[in-house]
Design a protein around this ligand. Structure first.
Ligand SMILES: [Fe+2]
Ligand SMILES: [Fe+2]
Length: 379
């Protein structure tokens, strides 16, 4: 148990008794420290003492006082104290217990009695020490495992963050690739997706859903990558056959994104497929009406049209927000979900805030479509 001999401090002001007790204790194979008064005893308590034999009657600091001071630093099972006195009166016993002594021996001493009491108290202390060591080890194990768990968790979070960033970047690059073929600017796509998120927020969808809509709506026109250049880039009005081509971009986009295991791409598929559906059923490709159109499609329809209207294009000036709101009002219940129009038009501050962020960046953001001849937008 203990890897060193037990060390016992004997405190007595009488050198004869000190000598007698020291001999007894040494004969029991313990190391002995001695102190001739209370102050010396207090000074030697720190020397890895395992047990104290403490005389009660001493000049200066008596044994009760010494015991009380020791108990302020050590519990009874950390450092046992055996009180030693000439008289075993009831008051002495009570005083010893109150002062924090574990046990009591009366003079004259009997070696066997002292041995039994020391052995019993050292056994108790050893059990306590073992328990404390065990507890310390346990705490240490728990601390190390908690740290390991925390590190592992951090790694998982970081891996998820990277994966998410990689996903987003892939989508942005896919969208950028589609834009090479189109007239829409990067700013249009970003504003449109922020307007979509704004409507989703006003609709009080969950934060996760709002974020998904924000990230998926840039994919709405990705199907334009499958429309011939000469049609997409044709200046002036499109004929019937050309319009038939254009109207295929939702289906093409949905095909590109279809059956993904990614929640984000699945939502992108829905938005690509349904952003040209109209509330009254006159939209394309399927002519869905009302609630048949997924809410994300109804949201992106408003966001997309509004931003196209308020953007300056080579063939047209930008509509003011009020003019664009008028278009949304006119389309309320025909082209657009009436409830969503109300929510959007009621969010002027949020809309202007989004527009202002892009105002200063506008020219920089136009780079992708630069150099292409520009034709009539199909939103
Ligand atoms: Fe479109
Ligand atoms: Fe668009």
């Amino acid at each position: 148990m203990m890897d060193r001999p037990t060390r016992i401090l004997i405190v007595d002001d009488d050198p004869k008794i000190l000598g007698l007790l020291s001999d007894m204790v040494s004969s029991l194979q313990h190391e002995v420290e001695t102190a001739e008064d209370g102050f010396e005893a207090m000074a030697k308590v720190g020397l890895d003492i395992d047990l104290i034999l403490l005389d009660v009657n001493m000049p200066g600091m008596d044994g009760f006082e010494v015991a009380r001071s020791i108990r302020k630093q050590y519990l009874a099972n950390e450092l046992p104290i055996i009180m030693v006195t000439g008289m075993a009166t009831r008051e002495d016993r009570i005083g010893a217990v109150n002062a924090g002594a574990n046990d009591f021996v009366a003079k004259p001493f009997d070696l066997t009695e002292i041995r039994v009491r020391i052995k019993s108290l050292l056994g108790m202390k050893a059990a306590h020490d073992a328990l404390r060591r065990h507890k310390d080890q346990l705490e240490d194990v728990v601390r190390r495992r908690t740290q390991a768990l925390r590190t592992a968790l951090d790694d998982v979070v970081e891996a998820q963050r990277r994966l998410r960033a990689a996903n987003l970047e892939t989508i942005q690059r896919l969208v950028a690739a589609a834009e090479y073929n189109d007239l829409g600017s990067a700013a249009h796509i970003q504003r449109m997706s922020q307007f979509s998120a704004l409507i989703a927020k006003r609709l009080q969808l969950s934060p996760q859903r709002i974020e998904l809509i924000h990230q998926a709506s840039p994919m709405h026109d990705i199907g334009k990558i499958g429309i011939p250049h000469e049609i997409l880039l044709k200046p002036g009005k499109l004929n019937r056959r050309e319009w038939q081509h254009i109207k295929r971009h939702p289906t093409i986009g949905a095909k590109i994104l279809q059956k993904s295991t990614s929640q984000l791409l699945r939502l992108g598929e829905i938005i690509a497929l349904t952003h040209h559906e109209k509330w009254d059923g006159s939209g394309y490709p399927k002519g869905l009406r009302g609630d048949e159109i997924p809410v994300e499609g109804r949201i992106s329809a408003i966001a997309d049209v509004f931003d196209a209207l308020t953007s300056k294009r080579p063939y047209k000036e930008a509509f003011s927000n009020d003019m664009a709101f008028q278009v949304l009002w006119d389309g309320r219940g025909k082209h657009f979900d009436p409830e969503l129009v109300d929510l959007f038009v009621g969010s002027v501050d949020g809309i202007v805030e989004i527009q202002n962020v892009f105002l200063s960046q506008e020219t920089a953001q136009e780079t992708i479509s630069k150099g292409f001849p520009l034709a009539q937008s199909t939103y």
